[in-house]
Design a protein around this ligand. Structure first.
Ligand code: PRP
Length: 194
């Protein structure tokens, strides 16, 4: 068992740190079903390889891949862009690469959130060099106000305001990923640590 002095005690209810629910579970599921249907139509009769970017996208991926009713395969990459804290640094490190080559595959990058765009920009450039047949992007959340690098995104679940969001895969210091909705984190949770 580990302890983390940056966080409130393990028995502290997660909900108490949520300022408000931004997107509830039902709204998330309805939108993901729409995305899945649209993606299935786009790739009908074709190969489809989903590339999930760890860790935040895993919950979205789990629901999205079941909403995509055509055959699909999945692979994972782990990258680091934020470090510990709230602000994006623009620095992208590959922590885990794909298991298999992607040349000739239809690659769909699955992200939980696009903020500055640096992570996606880096990934797209790197992956294009591996010659996939096609490369598209789906993100659950988009924060356009924070964009520093413009990058085409094929499917966006929800465009959201510039607030610190947690839940449904998104964390603050590795906590809150298991909340079933997207919530806004109370500012005092992170300002208390700065
Ligand atoms: C998040 C998200 C993207 C990236 C977006 O990952 O999953 O990969 O940040 O930010 P950007 O557009 O400013 O580059 P994060 O580094 O928080 O890692 P995690 O998914 O493991 O929590």
């Amino acid at each position: 068992m580990t302890s983390d002095s940056h966080l409130s005690p393990a028995d502290h209810p997660l909900e108490e740190d949520v300022e408000r629910v931004l997107i509830d579970a039902e709204t998330l599921q309805a939108r993901i079903q729409d995305l899945g249907r649209d993606i299935a139509e786009t790739y009908a009769g074709q190969d489809l390889l989903l590339l999930a970017v760890l860790k935040g996208s895993v919950i979205f991926l789990a629901d999205l891949m079941r909403a995509i009713t055509i055959p699909n395969a999945v692979d994972f990459m782990a990258v680091s862009s934020y470090g510990i804290g709230v602000q994006s640094t623009g620095v992208v490190r590959i922590l885990k690469d794909l298991d298999a080559p992607i040349a000739g595959r239809n690659l769909l990058i699955v992200e939980d959130i696009i903020d500055s765009g640096h992570t996606l920009n880096y990934l797209v450039r790197m992956l294009k060099e591996r010659n996939p047949a096609t490369l598209r992007v789906v993100t659950l959340l988009d924060k356009p106000a924070r964009r520093e690098v413009n990058i085409p995104v094929d499917w966006v679940g929800f465009s959201i305001p510039n607030e610190f969001v947690i839940g449904y895969g998104l964390d603050y210091n590795e906590r809150y990923r298991n909340l079933p909705y997207i919530g806004v984190l109370k500012p005092d949770v992170y300002t208390a640590e700065e």
